[in-house]
Design a binder for this molecule. Sequence first.
Ligand code: SAM
Length: 281
Amino acid sequence: MALSPSATIDLLRQLDHLPNKKLGQNFLIDGNLVEKSISMAALPPGLPVLEIGPGLGTLTERLLHLGHKVYAVEIDRRLEAHLRQRLGSFIESEQLDLLRADAVKSPTGNLPASISDYAVVANLPYAISSAWMEGVLGSGNLPIRMVMMLQKEATERMLAPSGTKAYNALAIFLQACFQSAGTHAVPGQCFHPAPAVDSVLLRMDRLPQPFVFSRPVRLLIRRIFTQRRKQLGSLIKKEPEELRVTLLTWLERNALCPTFRPETVTVSQWIDLGKSFPEQE
Ligand code: SAM
């Protein structure tokens, strides 16, 4: 269960720990929200779970009691020590694998590459949510499902359709692999301390045939989106000759005018570009 606000404050005092704003330490203090995360995830029994930022261990403990093997990545040394104490028996029985690391550098923690069926359930530190997501997409080992607590604006950017201002490179990479399966608005008072921004629980399910963009294509799309107000034709002119040919053929194949802007190109048209590069990671 989530600790009440006063129990959380007491525990943080005992640990001599002030929530670190830079690390997005807004701890869940609403048991209903923990249950909502679990019910949204609808985890099949025994499915391994990756959790980023277990913090005080509220979600972690619930997942462990449900019998899931949990791979958790926490950056904060003091919280790691608390988790090792609070959840020591699960660590001993190897049901919990806790790694102290930066999840941007270790996006899937100690999860073995051989495990291809796993879910993510996490109350993410908002500052790293995009970078971590890109890390997971680049890892080549995609979860079957992700239930994530995110900043509302970040969720809107991730789900943004083509033709909108919010549409961006990460939205393309993410939507090529996952589809949204529901959102749930979360009030600030569900956390201690309450974040200054609005939060949303988002579930995303892996597509039956996800398309993972190779690193060079991700870099190319990012480059293009840094100048999103420019027309595709003039952006393509800036690319090296051998790339220009591929890009011009792609425009033609997809009936895309050189005067179009990058945000008008749909995810499936970007995927078509990705497929015209033979080399995949
Ligand atoms: N899961 C806990 C909960 O729901 O109460 C805590 C969530 S809190 C929003 C985010 C957690 O992520 C904190 O424990 C913080 O220390 C951790 N964190 C922040 N940056 C991190 C990073 N780069 N890598 C791993 N963990 C990080």
